[in-house]
Design a protein. Structure first.
Length: 627
C-alpha cells in the first residue's frame, strides 16, 4: 500500500490551504465593504470555493455588475487599512447577544437582528467552541482561519452576482450571492482572468449552439441532451473508434433496458446506498392502482412500501453493472469461459440538483462507454492492464497526454461502502500494484471510491489547465458476492469471479463537451462532422463542384457544397466559422485540370492539388486519426 504520508485523508482535505485561507479572508474584506456601502445588508455565509469565494447577502438593493466598481473601491480602502484579523472566543450567550444587537456580520450595532447569524449559531454543537473575527469595525461569526491582515488580500476581483437560497434549500429565503476571487499576487490573478476569458471563448455551451452540435430544451427536461446531426456524427466516430478497439480485445457487445426492478438495485446496493443520486422509484402500475382504490392509503404509504419491498417498483437505471451481472449469471460458467468482457454504450440516469447542471458536462441522462469484465483472481492483473491500456489509447489518440492518475480508495471510517474491510484492502492493493505497473505518478485519495469498490481515475488537464475526471477502471469483489456469482474451476468446484468496471470515455456527453472546449470546436479531421466544404467560384463551376464532392463522398469523406451566390471571401469566412477543416476552391483553372485549390481553416492557402491527390491525403489523415 502507499506510504501513509502520500495519502490525502479526509481530515487533511478539509483543512484550508494557504490560498483558501487568503480567499476566506478576502470574503471578509468583501463583506466589510458591502456593509459599509449598505449598512442594512444581512450577511449569511461566505466560504472559500474553487477558484475564489462568495458571500450570501439579503439586501433590498439589487446588486448588479454596475455596482462592482464601487464595491472594489471600498474593498481597496479596507485593504489599505491593513487591519489585523483578530479572533475572539465567546460564550454562546455572548454570541447570541451580539447577533440580537445586529453586531455580527456588520460594521456597527443596528436596530435589526442578525437573523442568519442567530440561525447559524443554533447549528453549532453545544460542545463546540464559538469564535468571532474582527477587522477594524467589521465583526463576524466565523471559525476561521484567516491570514494576518486585510492588506494581504490585494490581488482580488469581484466576479459575478447570482441568486441563491439560504443553505441551498429552495424553501428558504432567496439571497444575493456575490462571487469574488483572490490570489497571492497580481500576476497569478491576471493569469486566472486570462484563463477565464479563454474558457469563455471555448465554452462548449456557446460553441454547441453555434456549431449545431446539441440542444437542451426545457420541455424535454433539464440535464437531458438532444444530439443534433452534427453532434451525433462526432459521437458516432468516437463510438466506432472504441468499438474497433474492443473487437480487437475480445469484448462482446450487449444491450440492456433503461429501467429495472427495485429488487435488482436492492441486491446491488444502489438502492439505498446510492439513493440520493437516483431518480425516484416508479411503482408498479398494478400496485399503484390497487393503492388508489384504497381510500385509507396515502403517498407516504406508497413510498414506504417501495422502500420496504412490500410494493413492487422499478427505477431508471443509475448504472449498467447490475444488468451486465444478470447477463453473466444467465448461463453456467466455467473457468475456460473466463474472462468474459461485456460492453455496452449504456444510457444511465442520475438525479442532479438543477444548480449543479452544466451543459453536457453535468447532466441527468448520459451514455457511458461501459464494460464489465468477469475473471478469475489470477486474471485480474492482466485484465486491469488491458483496461488501463485502452484508456491510454483513447487519451493519446486525442492528444490528451497531460493527465494524472488518482487511486480513489474508501474511507475506513465511513459506512457508505458495502463489503468487509478485508475485501476492500485486497482490492485496493491490487489496484495500487496495477498503477505501479503503469509507470506513471499517482496519488491516493481516501473517500473517493465507488460504494462497491476502489477506482483508478484518469484526471485530464485540458489546453487551458482545467482538470477533468474522465476514464475510470474499478475493481470489485463485492457485487459478485452480493449476487452470488460463480464459475466452475479446474477442481470442478464453484468459485467466485472478480469483476472489473471500466469506461475509457467516462460519459459520451461529458467527453464530447470537453472535446469541444479542448479543440475550441476545431475537431481533428477524423472527428469533424463536416470534413470538406467545396467552394465553387460561381454558379458556372457548380457542376464541377458537385462532381468533386461525389468523388470525395464515394471515398468516405464527409463533404458539402456551398451553393450560395456569395463571393469567395464570404464563403471562406463562413466555412472557418463552422470550423470545417478543409475548403476546396474550384474555378476555371481547377475545372479544366480536374484539380482543387486547397485551404485549411488555420493554415491559409495550401496550394493546388489534383483531386486524386487530395483524396489520398485526406484519407490518410482520417485513417491515421491525425491531430
Amino acid at each position: 500500500m502507499a506510504d501513509q504520508k502520500e495519502r490525502k485523508s479526509l481530515e487533511e482535505r478539509h483543512q484550508m490551504s494557504d490560498l483558501e485561507r487568503l480567499r476566506h479572508s478576502c470574503a471578509h474584506v468583501l463583506a466589510t465593504a458591502i456593509t459599509r456601502i449598505w449598512p442594512d445588508a444581512q450577511l449569511a455565509g461566505g466560504p472559500p470555493v474553487e477558484n475564489g469565494f462568495y458571500y450570501d447577502i439579503a439586501l433590498d438593493h439589487r446588486i448588479t455588475p454596475d455596482d462592482f466598481e464601487k464595491i472594489e473601491a471600498e474593498m481597496k480602502k479596507v485593504i489599505k487599512e491593513n487591519a489585523s484579523f483578530e479572533r475572539e472566543v465567546v460564550s454562546r450567550n455572548e454570541a447570541l447577544e451580539l447577533a440580537m444587537s445586529g453586531r455580527l456580520g456588520a460594521c456597527s450595532e443596528r436596530d435589526v437582528v442578525s437573523k442568519f447569524k442567530v440561525d447559524l449559531l443554533n447549528d453549532i454543537p453545544e460542545d463546540e467552541e464559538i469564535s468571532i473575527f474582527k477587522n477594524n469595525d467589521f465583526w463576524d461569526l466565523c471559525a476561521g482561519p484567516h491570514v494576518g491582515r486585510t492588506g494581504n488580500c490585494k490581488a482580488f476581483k469581484v466576479m459575478s452576482v447570482a441568486s441563491a437560497f439560504y443553505k441551498g434549500n429552495k424553501d428558504n429565503e432567496s439571497l444575493q450571492r456575490v462571487y469574488g476571487t483572490c490570489f497571492k499576487n497580481k500576476t497569478d490573478l491576471m493569469d486566472h482572468l486570462e484563463r477565464l476569458e479563454e474558457a469563455k471563448k471555448r465554452d462548449h455551451r456557446r460553441l454547441g449552439r453555434e456549431l449545431n452540435l446539441f440542444a437542451i430544451d426545457e420541455m424535454v427536461g433539464q440535464g437531458l441532451i438532444l444530439w443534433k446531426p452534427k453532434g451525433a456524427l462526432v459521437r458516432r466516430q468516437l463510438q466506432d473508434f472504441i468499438t474497433a478497439e474492443l473487437d480487437k480485445q475480445g469484448y462482446s457487445q450487449v444491450y440492456t433496458p433503461h429501467i429495472g426492478k427495485l429488487d435488482l438495485y436492492r441486491t446491488s446496493g444502489h438502492f439505498p446506498y446510492y439513493q440520493e443520486s437516483q431518480y425516484a422509484a416508479i411503482p408498479d402500475r398494478g400496485a399503484l392502482e390497487k393503492m388508489l382504490q384504497d381510500e385509507k392509503s396515502t403517498c407516504a404509504d406508497l413510498f414506504s412500501g417501495l422502500e420496504t419491498g412490500e410494493i413492487e417498483g422499478y427505477m431508471l437505471k443509475p448504472m449498467n453493472c447490475p444488468h451486465h451481472i444478470k447477463i453473466y449469471s444467465s448461463e453456467h460458467r466455467s473457468y475456460r469461459d473466463l474472462p468474459i468482457r461485456l460492453a455496452e454504450f449504456g444510457t444511465v440516469y442520475r438525479w442532479e440538483q438543477s444548480g449543479e447542471l452544466g451543459g453536457m458536462t453535468r447532466v441527468r441522462g448520459f451514455t457511458q462507454d461501459d464494460a464489465h469484465l468477469f475473471c478469475t483472481p489470477e486474471q485480474v492483473d492482466e485484465e486491469i492492464q488491458g483496461c488501463l491500456g485502452l484508456v491510454e489509447k483513447v487519451l493519446n489518440t486525442l492528444g490528451m497526454e497531460d493527465y494524472r492518475v488518482r487511486l480513489s480508495f474508501s474511507d475506513p471510517d465511513s459506512d457508505k461502502y458495502v463489503g468487509s474491510r478485508e475485501v476492500w484492502e485486497k482490492a485496493e492493493k491490487s489496484l495500487e500494484e496495477a498503477a505501479k505497473n503503469l509507470g506513471v505518478d499517482y496519488t491516493v485519495e481516501l473517500g473517493e471510491a465507488a460504494f462497491y469498490g476502489p477506482k483508478i481515475d484518469f484526471v485530464v488537464k485540458d489546453v487551458i489547465g482545467r482538470d477533468w475526471q474522465l476514464g475510470t477502471v474499478q475493481l470489485d469483489f463485492n457485487l459478485p458476492e452480493r449476487f452470488d456469482l460463480s464459475y466452475i474451476g479446474q477442481d470442478n468446484a464453484p468459485h467466485r469471479p472478480v469483476m472489473i468496471h471500466r469506461a475509457p470515455f467516462g460519459s459520451l456527453e461529458r467527453f464530447v463537451g470537453l472535446l469541444i472546449e479542448h479543440f475550441e470546436g476545431k475537431f481533428p479531421t477524423w472527428l469533424a462532422p463536416e470534413q470538406v466544404r467545396v467552394l465553387p467560384l460561381s454558379d458556372k463551376f457548380l457542376e464541377h463542384g458537385e462532381a468533386a464532392a461525389k468523388v470525395l463522398a464515394d471515398a468516405g469523406v464527409r463533404v458539402t457544397v456551398d451553393r450560395a451566390a456569395e463571393k469567395l471571401g464570404a464563403k471562406i469566412r463562413l466555412a472557418r466559422l463552422d470550423r470545417v477543416p478543409y475548403m476546396l476552391v474550384i474555378g476555371g483553372q481547377e475545372a479544366e485540370t480536374n484539380s482543387v485549390s486547397v485551404r485549411h481553416r488555420d493554415r491559409e492557402n495550401l496550394g493546388t492539388q489534383t483531386l486524386d491527390e487530395f483524396v489520398q491525403n485526406i484519407r490518410e489523415e482520417i485513417n491515421n486519426r491525425s491531430l
